[in-house]
Design a protein around this ligand. Sequence first.
Ligand code: ADP
Length: 618
Amino acid sequence: MAKKRQFKTESKQLLNLMIHSIYTNKEIFLRELISNASDASDKAYFKAMEEKDGTYSRSEAVIRISADKETRVLTIADHGIGMSESELETNLGTIAKSGSKAFKDAVDDEEIDIIGQFGVGFYSAFMVSDKIEVISRAYGSDEAFAFKSNGVDGYTLESAERAEFGTTINCYLREDSDDADFSGFLESYKIKELVKTYSDYIRYPIVMSNSEGQDEVLNSMVPLWKRSKSEVTAEELNQFYKDKFHDSEDPARVIRLEVEGTTSFQALLFIPSHVPFNFYTQQYEAGLQLYSRNVFIMEHNKSLITDSFRFVQGIVDSPDLNLNISREILQEDRQLQAIASRIEKKIKSELEVMLKNERDSYEKFWANFGLQIKFGLYSSYGMQKELLQDLLMFNSSYQDKLVTLAEYAERMEDGQDVIYFASADTLEKAKSLPQSERVIAKGYEVLYLSDDVDEFVLQILMNYKDKAFKSVNQGDLNLESDEEKQELEEKTTQSKDMLASIKEKLTGKVDDVQLSSRLVSYPVCLTSKEGVSIEMEKVLNQMPDSQNQFKASKVLEINPNHPLYLALNRVVEDHPERMDDYAQLLYDQACLIEGLPIENPIEFSKRLSEVMVEASQN
Ligand code: ADP
């Protein structure tokens, strides 16, 4: 006769809470029941080993799932340690009582990889079932018992039949409602999908009969990352990546990491060989998959990977995580931070090795994900300077190839105390900026920046190995010898009126007009004083809501060695009334060179035509 019992203590309320609020996702009940079956199999194996009775081997432990659509019963059966009558009572009759945790504590064996710890997982099955039957026969016993409960007001315990030791759990699925489809859990495709997602690496076969009545194993069992490196082929890793992360191409790099310590973990990481189509959209979800003791915990854990490396895909498995009761990880966990920091260092060192030994592969990688690294550097406000600065690459005047900052620093001339760069909106423009002329003529290398974020990155870095970054078109370049300086000063004094006149005509457009020490062959250019540069002004003002509030303090520079300089001096003397046209034309030219729009193209064209006509008349 079945004995009717009440759940212990506050269990009723707790149960209600459990069923309705602990889990965000109903489908995890299957993960919980399978994890329990796996734990039970581990325990049976452990017991058998201890007793050396030879009656049980790991190969016998199979977890069997079956579904009966007519009766709406989903069954999970194992050949594990089972439960005696009193164990059914303590383990299942008391919510938050974990027999598994007690077992683990008692055997105190590091090797044993028991999953259960909170004593609530079983009850998650009530989210989808209105009645559950547990028929269990304990290892070494010939009696079986049935525990039956509707999850509301208690349970019954009675004698039952079971051919072998182990546990069978029958879930009587709830009726479907408008917002919940429970029947889905009886569909084999759904069951397969859930096993694949949550329990793929449970180490015992999870078996289900297919439509022809043959047994089909649903899980892959051994996680690739747990197999020794020598055992796993590159082919297997590539295939694993493609299946798991839905990519049609092999990864560019596979990175494995195994750490033992207070927080032990294994990581299997992949750098894709191309940019995912949605990488720069909101749809792309960064983060690593998280497993604990072979059981899937979450899909995209963002805390595990720094934004700079958000293109990295992969898996982290740690037995030491502080999981919360629903096994949904606690977000701001120190352990996660510790893992993330190890992963970050590992990726960096792998990339550095690639840069050193496989330049072509690295350049390909850089073409794919360099921009993300630069964004990461910028958005971390320089906190990742140490981590990222040696991964950066830029075009340069040294050769028609990408260079690193270390390579630039290596080549620096004696006495060169800054790293020069020229920035424009395309590489071609950056290469041909007149402002670089003198710097290059002096034998200095110039980095060419053409991504919007580039100048901001250098600004955040501030310096590299104590060498500051210096824009060729900003501030004073200090390139001249004392004599050259003196000569420039003299010419400036001589041209005082001309310069003052141009400055006056360009009021509101430039803050200064001066003779240039950086131009060699071009007549004019625009530069800016220190602070917001002209390139930055462009980028910042493109951003939504910028309202054009960013302004570089612009300087119009005139080349004193260009014939135009003499012409201007003549005009200011002989035809001061033409000075306005000349000043505007100079300014518009400088804007064009700089890639800035000219304010009034019609006026520009009119003035230019007039000057051309005049020139033809002389
Ligand atoms: P947890 O697995 O976190 O301990 P559960 O609520 O899922 O919590 O299970 C409570 C306890 O019931 C387990 O610790 C275990 O002792 C026992 N148990 C559950 N399922 C089984 C099973 N299939 N075989 C043997 N014992 C089980």
